[in-house]
Design a protein around this ligand. Sequence first.
Ligand SMILES: [Zn+2]
Length: 454
Amino acid sequence: MSAIDQYLDSHATRFEEELCEFLRIPSVSADANHRPDMHRAADWVVDQFRRMGFATDVIATAGHPMVYAESPKVPGAPTALVYGHYDVQPVEPLDKWISPPFEPTRRDGNLYARGATDDKGQLFTHMKGVEAWVTVEGRLPVNLKFLIEGEEEVGSQALEKYLEEHADRLACDCVVISDGGQFAPGMPAINYGLRGISYFELRVTGPDRDLHSGSFGGSVTNPANALCKILTGLMDSQGRVTIPGFYDDVVPLTDRERSEYAALPFDEKEYFEQIGLKQGTGEVGYTALERRWARPTFDINGLWSGYQGDGAKTVLPATAGAKFSFRLVPDQDPAKIYEGLKQKIAELSPPGITTELLEFQGAPGVLVSLDSPYIEAAAKGIQHAFGRRPVFTREGGSIPIVTKFHQCLGAVVLLIGWGQDDDNTHSPNEKFALVDFHRGIKASAKLWEELAKC
Ligand SMILES: [Zn+2]
């Protein structure tokens, strides 16, 4: 056993006690009454880093402070930036908690408290991974920067601005984020991709007032009919989006990815059953996981027009509208999708209506190559601690802050989480399995060693 692992084992109980201390600070970012607690939590984090010889800085913001900490320089070694957050979700409903949210309690191998896994516990694993190196070896093998915010649960506004304005200070080779979970208990994952999104509203206008469908129907373009024609025209019978150029920049799934996904313990039948369905649908030629993680989609999110009340009203509505979005995959460009969509809508629009297209949000997807040495370093760290190689997953949604890190710093983002699906993040009785806490620390300490070889 390495000296570092020995150190981690012999200090395990103290690490738990220290995490409890961190968890006792009720740093609820959404609640203005907790403002002093936000400062207390930030100061607590700073104190930890000072003791490990890091240069630290509390960054004041319009909201809650951020903490920045930087290790002493290791010339020639790569630089990793660790992101985490010390703020937590509100705890209501309080009566649903078995033990009080800010009195950390051990039960059945778990530590129960608000923030146990999201994100204080997971963030703390990386701090203890550092401590082991600094104490045992007297120095880290890599350059480390930590950026820890207090507003993740309320939108990360200050952080986004800071990333835009201080890319130089934060420059790094990779970003390490542990704010998520394993694929299954004891089955750690590296999430190496996120989908992006383009979101729109389409307003269709026809005659200058609602009309009698008997008197006018058949001679006038019905905006509701026209809207349906446009929307259905955006996808073909194979489940493929018809916008010109839509698939031009899509990074295709590799054989390795397809076999990695196929090997996951994912039961399509069970997946559909748990949402009350017998079967699903989607782009022809892909499995449900592939469609969710690595293929773009089109979905209507809202739809309105005409009469919605009781009984019948023979109306030909003057207007119709819909909100819809495309989940994008790397390397689709939201700006290009918008241009193609405008062209396609013009093509699909019948005469007698006008259309107005509003664009709400656009964010590209993120993808790290599975061949990246940083991915391999993370895999080795995880294998060392969990006794098995991680599985490789993607996320169907977007995580705006991850996209922001990727865009502003141009660095590889490593999403490696130690949590589990039933950790009750954001719910009563949040917990962190102590075994995962300690495996996380061990994986983190090994990660610094492996990153040094990149
Ligand atoms: Zn979180």
